[in-house]
Design a protein around this ligand. Structure first.
Ligand code: GDP
Length: 301
């Protein structure tokens, strides 16, 4: 798999974060609740060291609720404030200012004790497609951030006022995820964060089927009206088993090509479309317990 990414943009963004970090009181990282690890740039830890952190688990409407609860506990245990949000509908976003003030309560109290009324500044970070612009527009209460990030379009840094003494620093440039292992690349492709044309749809569909078949077999069976999910044979890898699941689901849908074969390519496309459109249900693609699974080899799809 050849994922295009842009080291030049990344370098600029890193530089900007390093320059601006001293001007902010806290850092807010927006993550996709379905893929909280894959949608995170691990360099952020080092670049923002020492600053209080707020993690926004966005897209909670698309993620499985029990897993979101576990992820929230996971990030809280690391000392981060956590906010769960569905920026599209606005659910949870109103708590942003409260969460920031809670996170910085000691600092705010110290300012107040000195009679200072300082503006609190928060740097917002997020990889493309997590819903950063939608989230910012929600909390700013108007259209400020643009809702499409295009590589090649460099935005200038912008301060976005939220209320009388809270401002956001929306990061210019684009923060890219790290395609360190295969599961990250797959997760970003499943959720549509990286474009389809760089991947073979059928292989991607096999991987997604295998994941859903393993973790969400009941939901998968219900979504495709299957009486059950075929068992995985001991020697079957994700692609082989996922392919069989595509065949079963495709057959049920009547996606046949000449000779009675199932059009697995078409089924894979439908699966991905329906997954991204939230039509299959709510799924989380990585769990706190299995973070950085050791079986993830180098990115080679
Ligand atoms: P950005 O690239 O991170 O700035 O992402 P955008 O804000 O442009 O959002 C990308 C797409 O995801 C848009 O179609 C949004 O409407 C949608 N979106 C953003 N947040 C959410 C969310 O919490 N739930 C759902 N279902 N969709 C969302």
């Amino acid at each position: 798999m050849n994922i295009q990414w842009y080291p030049g943009h990344m370098t600029k963004t890193r530089r900007m974060i390093a320059e601006q970090i001293k001007n902010v009181d806290a850092v807010c990282e927006i993550l996709d609740a379905r893929i909280p690890v894959s949608s995170r740039n691990p360099d952020v830890d080092e670049l923002t060291a020492g600053k209080p952190r707020l993690v926004v688990l966005n897209r909670v409407d698309q993620a499985d609720k029990a897993s979101t609860d576990r992820w929230a506990a996971y990030f809280r245990a690391k000392g981060y404030a956590v906010l769960e949000s569905d920026a599209k509908s606005g659910q949870g976003t109103a708590r942003f200012a409260v969460a920031v003030r809670e996170l910085l309560s000691e600092k705010i109290r110290a300012y107040e004790a000195k009679g200072q009324n300082r503006v609190i500044r928060v740097m917002i970070l997020g990889i493309p497609n997590v819903g950063k612009s939608t989230f910012i527009n929600r909390i700013a209460g108007r259209k400020t951030a643009k809702t499409e990030d295009r590589p090649g379009v460099t935005r200038s840094k912008q301060w976005v006022p939220i209320d009388r003494n809270l401002e956001l620093l929306d990061t210019p440039g684009i923060l890219w995820p790290k395609f360190e292992d295969q599961s990250v690349g797959l997760n970003l492709a499943f959720t549509g964060a990286v474009k389809d044309d760089i991947l073979d749809t059928e292989t991607l569909g096999c991987h997604l089927m295998a994941y859903l078949g393993t973790h969400y077999s009941d939901e998968l069976a219900a979504a495709y009206k299957l009486s059950g999910i075929p068992e995985r044979a001991a020697e079957e890898n994700d692609v082989a088993w996922g392919y069989r699941l595509l065949e079963v689901a495709g057959k049920k849908r009547g996606f046949l090509i000449s000779g009675g074969e199932v059009d697995t390519e078409r089924m894979a496309k439908i699966l991905l479309d329906e997954f991204r459109g939230g039509k299959l249900g709510r799924f989380t693609l990585e769990m706190p317990e299995e973070q950085r699974r050791s079986d993830c080899g180098p990115l080679d799809l």
